[in-house]
Ligand binder design. Structure first.
Ligand SMILES: C[S@@+](CC[C@H](N)C(=O)[O-])C[C@H]1O[C@@H](n2cnc3c(N)ncnc32)[C@H](O)[C@@H]1O
Length: 225
C-alpha cells in the first residue's frame, strides 16, 4: 500500500467506511455506506439489466463491499473484474465489519474468500461468482481492460479529488470495452460528468439517489447497435 493514513468511521446507516485524511475523502457515502452500494451498484446497475449471466467491471475495489454485495446475488452468474491501485492491508479490511453488517449468513465466508483471492488471477469464489482483482492504475493508457463488459460500477473518488479518474480518455476506453446495452452507474451526478458521458456516446439518466443519501445518481447506457 502506498504510504497514507486510513481512519475507520461509522456512517448514518450504522455501516462503516474508511476515510483518507490526506485526500479528505471517504470510500463511501457518510450518509450510509451499505445503503449507497446496494442502491447505486446492485439495484440500479446489476439488477437493472435482468440478465442471468454477465461481466462486471468495478473501478476501485477498495474495501470489497461492492464485490460482497454482488457475490450475494447468487441468481446472477458473474465474472467480476475489479481494478485497484492501492490494495488495503488485511487489518484495515477486517476493521470494516461488512461481513457482520450485511444481513446474510453467507456474508462472512464470502467476504473472507473475496479478500483471500489472489490478485491478478481469475478465482472462482462460488459456482456463480468468479472474481478477478487486478492491481493496476486505471488511468494508465497501457492498462488492459477486460472486454465484453455488461455492468460498470464506477466507484472512483470524487472528481474534485481525482479528476484524472473521470477524464474522457479512460471513460472512453470503458465505453469501448462494454457490450451494447451495458450500463455504468455512479454516485456522481455532476452536470460536467453527465455531459462528458453523453459526449462519449452514452445515454445518461438521472435517477433518485439512495434513501437518506444524495438526491440524484447517474446511470449511463451504451446504446444498442
Ligand atoms: C471510492 S473508493 C472505492 C470503494 C469500493 N468500491 C468499495 O466497495 O469499498 C475509490 C477506490 O479507487 C482506488 N483508486 C484510486 N486511484 C486509482 C487508480 N488510478 N486506479 C485504480 N484504482 C484507484 C482507491 O484506492 C479506492 O480504493
Amino acid at each position: 500500500m502506498k504510504d497514507f493514513q486510513i481512519e475507520l468511521q461509522t456512517t448514518a446507516d450504522g455501516s462503516t467506511t474508511l476515510y483518507r485524511p490526506d485526500m479528505d475523502e471517504h470510500y463511501h457515502s457518510v450518509k450510509g455506506a451499505l445503503t449507497e452500494s446496494q442502491h447505486i451498484f446492485i439495484d440500479c446497475g446489476l439488477r437493472h439489466l435482468a440478465k442471468d449471466s454477465l461481466r462486471v467491471l468495478e473501478i476501485g475495489f477498495g474495501t470489497g463491499l461492492n464485490a460482497l454485495l454482488s457475490a450475494l446475488q447468487s441468481d446472477i452468474r458473474q465474472h467480476y473484474h475489479t481494478l485497484e491501485l492501492y490494495p488495503l492491508p488485511k487489518e484495515i479490511i477486517d476493521s470494516t465489519d461488512y461481513h457482520k453488517a450485511v444481513d446474510n449468513p453467507q456474508a462472512p465466508t464470502l467476504f473472507a474468500a473475496i479478500h483471500a483471492a489472489e490478485w491478478n488471477k481469475a478465482v472462482r469464489i462460488t459456482p456463480s461468482f468468479t472474481l478477478e482483482k487486478t492491481e493496476c492504475d486505471y488511468t494508465d493508457s497501457t492498462t488492459l481492460f477486460p472486454q465484453g463488459i455488461d455492468v460498470v460500477y464506477f466507484d472512483a473518488f470524487a472528481p474534485e479529488k481525482q479528476p484524472e479518474m473521470w477524464a474522457e480518455g479512460p471513460l472512453r476506453r470503458i465505453f469501448d470495452a462494454m457490450n451494447p446495452g451495458g450500463v455504468l452507474t455512479t454516485y456522481c451526478a455532476k452536470g460536467e460528468i453527465r455531459r462528458r458521458l453523453q459526449s462519449i456516446g452514452f445515454i445518461v439518466e438521472r435517477l433518485a439517489g439512495p434513501p437518506g443519501g444524495k438526491r440524484e445518481i447517474l446511470r449511463a447506457t451504451k446504446p444498442q447497435l
